[in-house]
Design a protein. Structure first.
Length: 216
């Protein structure tokens, strides 16, 4: 399945709005609506536990006494990093490991106040703002981060959507937002309903081999 570009969504949305010549909705007017819809779609994929918005970092070498991993630290966070949900550490820099799950805590500072001191392994980590805090270790350690990733939001018509089948939601959702600005409640409702229906299809297409979650 080829991942389409923003131009496809713009064209489809304009067709639904009967504006194929882009008189009412040229790119500067319509693109921000697609971008809002793109943000909504990424959130919906995260809520559904889609692998499309999850990633695992490469093996990071964490030196002794390193207590934070940021976008500019050594090692740095992945460029598409949003927030971590699991960290694994090892004494080996190979995938074979052995890899040991680390323990997420509410506050590294509270551990330090409780006189917990760094040892031979990292053990503890904390999500803090947009980076990761560590208690630190007396040894060099190796780390992998399982994290929520950001999919680049398209800016110009030639940019990739970044999500398979995303156009099925983005086109209807952007058209619905545009219809709302025209004061057309019937078109707004119809397009919104179709966007909602297609959202479930896009989520299913991005579930990979995971089983659907069964609600009680």
């Amino acid at each position: 399945m080829a991942i389409l570009t923003l131009s496809t969504v713009l064209s489809q949305a304009r067709t639904m709005l009967n504006d194929d010549t882009a008189v009412q909705f040229p790119d500067p007017v319509l693109i921000p609506k697609v971008q809002l819809a793109h943000q909504e779609l990424q959130t919906a994929l995260w809520d559904s536990n889609s692998p499309s918005v999850r990633a695992i970092s490469s093996i990071l070498t964490v030196g002794a006494s390193v207590t934070s991993i940021t976008p500019t630290s050594t090692p740095p966070l992945p460029t598409d990093y949003l927030t971590a949900f699991k960290l694994m550490e090892s004494s080996s820099n190979t995938q074979a490991g052995p890899w040991v799950p680390m323990t997420e805590v509410f506050s590294i500072a509270d551990l330090q106040l409780s006189s917990v001191i760094p040892g031979a392994t990292l053990i503890y980590w904390q999500n803090y703002q947009d980076y990761i805090l560590l208690l630190g270790s007396t040894n060099q350690r190796y780390l992998q981060i399982a994290y929520r990733r950001a999919i680049t939001i398209p800016v110009v018509s030639t940019d990739s959507l970044g999500i398979p089948y995303a156009e099925q939601y983005l086109s209807y959702r952007a058209a619905a937002m545009a219809a709302g600005t025209l004061g057309n409640p019937e078109a707004l409702k119809s397009l919104s309903d179709m966007a909602t229906a297609n959202l479930g299809r896009v989520i299913s297409a991005n579930r990979g081999m995971q089983q659907a979650r069964i609600k009680p």
